[in-house]
Structures are given as structure tokens and as C-alpha cells.
Design a protein around this ligand. Structure first.
Ligand code: NAD
Length: 350
């Protein structure tokens, strides 16, 4: 078996402070015989020196592009626009299998270079359960921001924080009603927990409660967090006409799912996400409705979310390439490539 060489890349998005592998887990990988290269990265929450102390090699930010073909590049979010041909195996969230904007272009880059995407969103056990996910903290942050916005206490721009400081801002008493949809999932559980810290016991809906959607009941809540993981198109939870409904109590909406632009979107009432600079956008004036739809929520608690994610990813990385989970992950990539009509490429791992 060839020796595994993991290459932890710098994230191009300047607000992305998280990492999929924290220094303590990098040490475990090195001790297990994995060669680990870590790119310098000014914004990563853990300084590169901590990785160096853990036995990792250090490389310049973005230097993975000229790394040997056998290297497995590990990251979280989008790749830079160059190179046009991707020749490595990449582990990250590609957001390329649900018809999202740019999905076809990314898959074509892989096909052009003969590389492969091991999308962490599709790294699942035999029952289809995700093995490593940021969901809990996404939901926690989504609900927390919704609470602060609803109470008129959301300061912009958002900056990364730690849980103790966030919780101190959140604490309060049951001054409004809240609904979490997708409440049984990771994000949903995180959202419910943040509402609990804020002193609000939310209504919890999951698949059973939305099969026959009670939209008047939905609109009767003050705050709503959408945290579903949609896998097939379903009727939307909110439509444009609901925004004009004078009986609507709903004032603050946080879409953790952020499937905007995808055919699976359950909230087709907005066309672009919000961000750390302008976290909330008014969607409707009469009655008012504010939207929060930030697609990198866990980055606001980079240390906590990285540590949890890395702990879940570590056992998978130790067995990279072998076993059912990685096989399923690669098969999903090949299926996506076939769906967009791309011929199978040759893998180059020289
Ligand atoms: N905004 C962000 O920063 C961010 C970060 C991480 C994850 N996410 C997204 O959040 C979503 C949820 O992720 P997760 O890890 O919590 O997933 P999950 O699989 O743990 O939970 C999803 C839940 O949604 C429920 N569900 C699915 N369809 C539903 C429906 N029609 N009605 C009601 N409930 C339904 C499922 O039963 C499940 O309980 C995903 O789309 C994910 O990509 C966003």
C-alpha cells in the first residue's frame, strides 16, 4: 500500500477560520504513519506552529496545486478558481451534487485533470448517516443570530467568537415563540439548544410534522429556523404570498439549510444569501420579515466547530481510501459526474 500523504490546504475565503483537522488530531495522524503537510494560513484558528510541533511539514498557502499527484488535499470550502484542471484527490465540501451554481464547472475541472472529489457531505455509513458534519454548530449559530436579530441586538459585522461569550449575549427569558424545522437533525438539535440557552422552548418539527404542512401554524411563530436536509424536491415551506399575509406573526427567519439556487430549496422566497457584513436582510415590510441565510455559520465558532468536526473525521482519515464509506463517497462523485455528462477520467497519482 502506498503511504498516505495528506495536505491540509489554506482556505481561500478570508472569513473561514475553521479547519477540518486540528493540531491534536494531526499529531495522531503523524503518529500513525501518515505524512502530513499543512499550508500556512493567516486566518486559520490554530497557528501553523502548532501543526509543526505535532510533526507536520509546513508549506506555503495554496501550494497544493504543485504537490505530487499522490497527495490527498484536505480542506473545507471552495477551491480557488485556478488551476482549471484538478489532478489530485480532494476531500472537502464541494456543494456540487444538487445542481448548485458552479457545480458543473467544478466537476468538469476534476474531469479535465483526472482528479476526484471525496465530498465530506457524502461520507456516510452504510445507513446513509453522515460521518463528519458541522451541523450542530450551524444550527446553534443560526438560532443564536435569529434570537439576537429578533431582540434587536445583532451587531454587524459578525466576528468569530467563543461559546461562553455568545451564550452570555443569548441568555434571556421566553419573550417570543420559535419553530425549528428539521429539529431531529444535527443542525436542528443545535438550534433547539441555542433557543434553550436563550430561554425559549421551541416548537420542533421534523418529517412527520411537515408531511401535511400546517402553514398557518408555521406563520404563527415569531422566529423560525429551517434546518432540514432535503434530498428530494418538496413543496416550499414559505412562498411569496405568505410574506404578504397580514396574519403572519413570523418576523425573523434563519435558513440554516441555505439551498438557495437549488431545485431542493424549501424557502424560494429569496435569491441570495446574507453574510457576516450584512447578516440580516429585510424581505418584507408589511408585516416585517428579516432573513438570515449565512452559509458558513460554524465559522463563527471556529475552535469549537473545528474540534468536533476533526474528531469525527480523524478515524476516517486514518483509513483513507479503504472501506465502504470512502467507496460510497467516490461512487457518489462518479454518479454526479455522469449526471452532468462528463466522461470518466483517468486518475493520475504519480
Ligand atoms: N449554513 C451553514 O453554515 C450550514 C452548515 C452546516 C450544514 N448546513 C446545512 O444544514 C442542513 C442540515 O444539516 P444537518 O447536518 O443538520 O442534517 P441532518 O441530516 O442531521 O438533519 C436534517 C433533518 O432534516 C429533516 N428533514 C428532512 N426533510 C424534511 C422535511 N421535509 N421536513 C422536516 N424535516 C425534514 C431530517 O429528518 C433530519 O432530521 C443541510 O442542508 C446542511 O448542508 C448549513
Amino acid at each position: 500500500m502506498t503511504e498516505l500523504h495528506l495536505w491540509l490546504r489554506h482556505e481561500v475565503r478570508t472569513t473561514e477560520r475553521r479547519t477540518p483537522v486540528v493540531p491534536a488530531d494531526a499529531r495522531r495522524l503523524v503518529e500513525s504513519g501518515v505524512t502530513m503537510t499543512v499550508e500556512e494560513s493567516p486566518q486559520r484558528i490554530f497557528p501553523v506552529e502548532e501543526y509543526e510541533k505535532a510533526g507536520c511539514r509546513v508549506a506555503k498557502a495554496g501550494s497544493w496545486v504543485s504537490a505530487p499527484g499522490a497527495v490527498v488535499v484536505v480542506g473545507l470550502k471552495e477551491l480557488p478558481d485556478e488551476p482549471a484542471e484538478l489532478r489530485h484527490r480532494h476531500v472537502f465540501f464541494g456543494h456540487a451534487y444538487k445542481g448548485q451554481p458552479g457545480a458543473g464547472a467544478l466537476l468538469r475541472r476534476f474531469a479535465a485533470g483526472g482528479g476526484a472529489l471525496y465530498d465530506v457531505e457524502y461520507l456516510v455509513d452504510e445507513d446513509g448517516r453522515r460521518l463528519a458534519a458541522f451541523g450542530f454548530w450551524a444550527g446553534y449559530l443560526g438560532a443564536a443570530l435569529a434570537v439576537l436579530q429578533h431582540r434587536g441586538r445583532l451587531d454587524a459585522p459578525l466576528v468569530p467568537t467563543v461559546k461562553e461569550e455568545l451564550d452570555a449575549l443569548l441568555r434571556g427569558d421566553g419573550d417570543f415563540t420559535a419553530l425549528v424545522i428539521g429539529a431531529l437533525g444535527r443542525s436542528g438539535r443545535g438550534a433547539c439548544e441555542a433557543f434553550r440557552v436563550a430561554g425559549v422552548e421551541p416548537t420542533r418539527w421534523d418529517l412527520a410534522e411537515t408531511r401535511e404542512l400546517d402553514r398557518p401554524a408555521l406563520l404563527a411563530h415569531d422566529v423560525m429556523v429551517n434546518a432540514v436536509l432535503a434530498t428530494t424536491p418538496i413543496p416550499p415551506f414559505l412562498r411569496d404570498e405568505d410574506l404578504d399575509n397580514p396574519d403572519r406573526k413570523l418576523r425573523t427567519l434563519c435558513d440554516v439549510t441555505c439551498d438557495v439556487g437549488s431545485p431542493l430549496n424549501v424557502l424560494p422566497i429569496y435569491d441570495r444569501t446574507t453574510d457576516w457584513t450584512d447578516p440580516a436582510r429585510r424581505l418584507s415590510e408589511q408585516p416585517p420579515l428579516d432573513l438570515i441565510a449565512i452559509d458558513n455559520l460554524p465559522s463563527l465558532l471556529p475552535r469549537e466547530s473545528s474540534t468536533d468536526f476533526s474528531a469525527a473525521l480523524l478515524p476516517q482519515l486514518l483509513g483513507f481510501g479503504s472501506g465502504g464509506a470512502w467507496t460510497r463517497c467516490l461512487a457518489r462523485f462518479e454518479q454526479a459526474r455522469a449526471e452532468v455528462g462528463i466522461e470518466e477520467g483517468e486518475f493520475r497519482r504519480d
